[in-house]
Design a protein around this ligand. Structure first.
Ligand SMILES: Nc1ncnc2c1ncn2[C@@H]1O[C@H](COP(=O)(O)OP(=O)(O)OP(=O)(O)O)[C@@H](O)[C@H]1O
Length: 281
């Protein structure tokens, strides 16, 4: 049985002030199996975050249904944990207290402490449990955020560009860490990214989304064993296949955004697979 079923989902936003509506995507159909690591990859604006928010229950689909574990999603629930690009830790609380916060409603203080310490150890932050968020680097804050979400034991981890704001070295370290956590906990992971390499390094499958209209362009299997090497032949070949598909999508966006200017800027739009696809002008 699919852990996440996305059935004919459409999302349209209505702008009251202009009395216009805008369809982000429609006819989105996908299944994610229990324990799978799936990335949602695509150019800026194709609706990756919107789709993730619909799975999280933070947004409602305009039509269609999302089921998690066989139950229709009607709002947020403890079966789904979300990690955003910004860690959103409480600055006045220590690392340990931040992770314990959600746990204290579910168990006594001692159990909550033990559980928080376990997950902080899993993300290699045992030495920093008494630190405050401002004393941590961006990568460490994201690890606290991951520990806080995992401690609540969701079946599914929804990650919205969790490493988007981090430097390359930190990002690379966290790729290893997330792979380790995923292998240890066997959670289902849905991971939003702009970055082709990141998606190949981490995922079992990559759902490539296109834009205008938003839709699924192709689903790529990533059969390589982990840990993956960006220098391997298979890695390079898959990267090239995805890049070619994506280039077409980006070109379409550029033509619409730049109009007549597009042809004069074309040479400047060479795209790199390890770069984000958002601000490409
Ligand atoms: N609450 C909202 N009201 C109106 N429009 C919205 C709302 N949320 C998102 N959008 C629009 O929907 C489209 C898709 O946004 P979304 O953030 O899901 O895309 P994305 O693929 O995640 O982009 P990025 O990679 O840049 O974060 C964008 O054009 C965005 O402006």
């Amino acid at each position: 049985m699919a852990d996440v079923l996305i059935d004919q989902v459409e999302k349209t936003f209505y702008d009251k002030t202009k009395d216009t509506s805008f369809t982000v995507f429609k006819d989105i159909q996908a299944e994610i199996k229990s324990g799978e690591f799936v990335s949602l990859l695509g150019p800026s604006g194709c609706g990756k975050s919107t789709l993730l928010n619909i799975i999280a229950g933070l947004e409602e689909p305009t039509s269609g249904v999302v089921e998690v574990g066989g139950r229709r999603v009607t709002g947020p629930g403890p079966d789904r944990g979300v990690v955003f690009q910004e860690s959103a830790l409480m600055p006045w609380q220590t690392v340990l207290d931040n992770v314990m916060f959600g746990l204290k409603k579910k168990m006594n203080k001692e159990e909550a402490k033990e559980r928080a310490e376990y997950f902080l150890k899993l993300v290699h932050l045992s030495k920093f449990i008494h630190s405050y968020p401002h004393e941590l680097s961006g990568g460490m804050k994201q690890r606290v955020s991951i520990a806080r979400t995992l401690a609540l034991d969701p079946d599914i981890l929804l990650m919205d560009e969790p490493f988007g704001a981090l430097d390359e070295q930190t990002r690379s370290m966290l790729h290893k860490e997330v792979t380790y956590i995923w292998e240890e906990t066997q959670k289902t992971v849905v991971f939003v990214t702009h970055n082709i390499r990141e998606s190949i390094l981490l995922s079992d499958r990559i759902v490539l989304m296109g834009t205008r209209p938003g839709r699924i362009v192709e689903v790529f299997d990533v059969p390589m064993e982990r840990p993956r090497k960006t220098s391997s032949k298979e890695f390079g070949e898959l990267e090239e296949r995805i890049q070619q598909k994506l280039a077409k999508e980006i070109e379409k966006v550029m033509r619409e955004e730049l109009g007549d200017d597009y042809n004069s800027k074309k040479g400047a739009l060479l795209y790199h697979t390890d770069r984000d696809m958002g601000n490409h002008i």
